[in-house]
Design a protein around this ligand. Structure first.
Ligand SMILES: [Zn+2]
Length: 49
């Protein structure tokens, strides 16, 4: 689980737990709020590198 404002530990695709919107974030990046529903909680669905 990744929360808005946290720094990502893993590069990958994160999915909003509320609306299912998927965002790609590199490791070491601050997690933004969901651009669609403003939710602040994401689940890592697929790690990339
Ligand atoms: Zn959302």
């Amino acid at each position: 689980m990744a929360e808005t404002g946290e720094i990502t530990q893993t590069s990958g695709i994160y999915k909003c737990t509320k609306c299912g919107n998927e965002i790609t974030l590199p490791a070491g990046h601050r997690v933004p709020p969901c651009s669609k529903c403003n939710n602040t909680s994401f689940r890592l669905v697929r790690a990339t590198r």
